[in-house]
Design a protein around this ligand. Structure first.
Ligand code: NAX
Length: 333
């Protein structure tokens, strides 16, 4: 068997982590023959809860799990890790302005970036889930200059999975019969879920989703809105935010980064923009990517409709604004 790798989950006492830790420790991300040492990072008020999570992980009797390291010290949490799931973040509280939320999170992700820079493996893959995920990833990468910035990403996979599920339901096919749906831009309500390049398997044949659905008003209307507002719909129903599906999406994201994408297929990840498709440069923007040898590459030259272009501008502007606000918070500290 391979040597164990160290994997950190932050926000380890929270609700997403409660599902995520189990999925990782089962071998669903790094493989069924890859032993793991799990680092669990949270903040001091959560130490008691964290102890409970450690007990439950032991009681799961998981063959791949060699050791669990619970901690509130980022320098211990990030020490020698090969993969980092940054789930912990400051939640939005009632009456909190976006700027206050951004400001609290900028501070968290600055500290975590600095700790990653000091003690993580240089090849560490960092996935930011905690919101505002794209801008948090931007801040984190900026404070970890010794780690290649390609190693920082933000999660839009939950949005992609939600979009694929909508199309599968609409067409009455299994989820495995839908691929190449794109999430563009920010993980926020300005994101643009785009089925324009997507494919669906109908009667044994892969067809374009646009042709198979045959309803542009739906694809540019209800479909987009349902995906954009799905998080709020889950909160309204469950009285808590998406957790099981967020954990599954985090696993899918890291799994594909680690193992690669299938030929001809792409997935969406928030990554540093090179200005592709008219997006602002140097923000963390969600693009369709192909992955090989643990390196992602933005899929180029996809035909983009005028409708899509207008949506990309909107979400790009929001990311640029968030980045400027984050930088102004950092300058004033
Ligand atoms: P919870 O409030 O259940 O858990 C968050 C945990 O993070 C808490 O235990 C808290 O103590 C911890 N934490 C806070 N600051 C920390 C720090 N500096 N270091 C380490 N841990 C810290 O939230 P949960 O439902 O698990 O959601 C976590 C984050 O994911 C939130 O920011 C949420 O908005 C975000 N989400 C992002 C999604 C995405 O698609 N990118 C979807 C799901 C989710 O809404």
């Amino acid at each position: 068997m391979a040597e164990p790798i160290r994997v950190v989950v932050t926000g380890a006492a929270g609700q997403i982590a409660y599902s995520l830790l189990y999925m990782i420790a089962r071998g669903e991300v790094f493989g069924k023959d890859q032993p793991l040492i799990l680092h669990l990072l949270d903040i001091p008020p959560m130490v008691g809860v964290l102890e409970g999570v450690v007990m439950e992980l032991a009681d799961c009797a998981l063959p791949l799990l060699r050791q669990v390291v619970p901690t509130t010290d980022p320098l211990v949490g990030f020490k020698d890790v090969s993969a980092a799931f940054l789930v912990g973040a400051m939640p939005r509280k009632e009456g909190m302005e976006r700027k206050d939320l951004l400001s609290a999170n900028v501070k968290i992700f600055k500290v975590q970036g600095e700790a990653l820079d000091k003690v993580a493996k240089k090849e560490v893959k960092v996935l930011v889930v905690g919101n505002p995920a794209n801008t948090n990833a931007f801040v984190c990468a900026n404070y970890a200059p010794s780690i290649p910035r390609e190693n920082f990403s933000a999660m839009t996979r939950l949005d992609q999975n939600r979009a694929s599920a909508q199309i599968a339901t609409k067409m009455g096919v299994p989820i495995t019969s839908v691929n190449n749906i794109i999430i563009w831009g920010n993980h926020s309500s300005t994101q643009y879920p785009d089925a324009g390049q997507g494919k669906v398997l109908v009667n044994g044949q892969w067809k374009s989703i646009v042709e198979a659905v045959g309803d542009n008003a739906f694809l540019e209307g209800a479909f987009v809105e349902t995906v954009q507002k799905r998080g709020a719909a889950v909160i309204a129903a469950r009285k808590m935010s998406s957790a099981m599906s967020a954990a599954k999406a985090a696993c899918d994201h890291m799994h594909d980064w680690w193992n690669g994408t299938a030929p001809g297929q792409f997935v969406s990840m928030g990554v540093f923009s090179d200005g592709s498709y008219g997006s602002p440069k140097d923000v963390i923007f969600s693009f369709p990517v192909e992955i090989k040898n643990k390196q992602w590459k933005i899929v180029g030259n996809l035909p983009i409709s005028d409708f899509a272009k207008s949506k990309l501008i909107l979400t790009g502007n929001e990311l640029q604004e968030e980045k400027n606000e984050a930088l102004s918070v950092l300058d004033s500290n």
